[in-house]
Ligand binder design. Sequence first.
Ligand code: NAP
Length: 250
Amino acid sequence: MSTDPRAYTYADDILKDRIILITGASDGIGKALALHAADLGAQVILHGRNVPKLEKVYDAIEGIDSAPRPSIAVLDLESANSESYTTLAQSIESEFGRLDGLVHNASILGERYSIEQYDAVLWQKVMHVNVTATFALTQVLLPLLHESQDPSVIFTSSGVGREGKPYWGAYAVSKFATEGLSQVLASEHSHGKLRANCINPGATRTSMRLAAYPAEDRDLLKRPDEILAAYVYLLGPDSKGVTGESFDAQ
Ligand code: NAP
């Protein structure tokens, strides 16, 4: 790899004509990435479960000069069934015919308990939203990614998905699994066009971070819009051939 993605600089139309689906685009890092990618010329598909929040992001993108009009894809990753995944893929297929970028950003934190105390139902919910739904969405969208000349899949990891830490429970385990899913997908496509990589955003000022660290000084944290260079690098043409890696956004 020749580029440090954190220091990546790019032209202001670097994502022009790219069709990019971002999960969890209603808030936090996903929302900031959606706005920035649209500003850089991408045709963004805003995924989420909360229509009013998604519509606010949609309206903000419509207010950006030269940004292509986005689309909204509503799917609750907790309750979606195979039919809802197929419907989502079919609507992207009929509207765009391909997908150039897929950013798996949506996740839930669960609760910060010890393994001894962790509620088994909550454990399954976190693993389902953070891992199983990510697998299901990847699988159903792979045919559309294969229609792209330069497809890129980004998975979102975490520092606690690389080294086990106390009281991070299912969230940490789901992020280890996410790193694994990214590596398996990357190695299955090591001789093809598709690249798959992980990003660990690092401590970022969002609702999830607030839930995990309610007492910390939020002013010391980076805002979501300040950590996006690595995402742009992996979504754009300069990362061609980079696959199976795990990056830090900060
Ligand atoms: P966030 O502000 O809580 O945003 C999470 C996004 O995921 C929201 O858009 C949320 O939708 C969506 N989402 C959650 N459950 C969903 C479901 N069942 N169906 C559909 N969408 C769902 O979190 P964030 O901090 O931006 O986190 C983004 C990613 O970075 C996550 O993968 C997280 O694990 C990772 N990360 C964050 C940090 C950090 O410090 N912030 C550090 C390391 C890793 P709603 O708006 O409807 O809730």
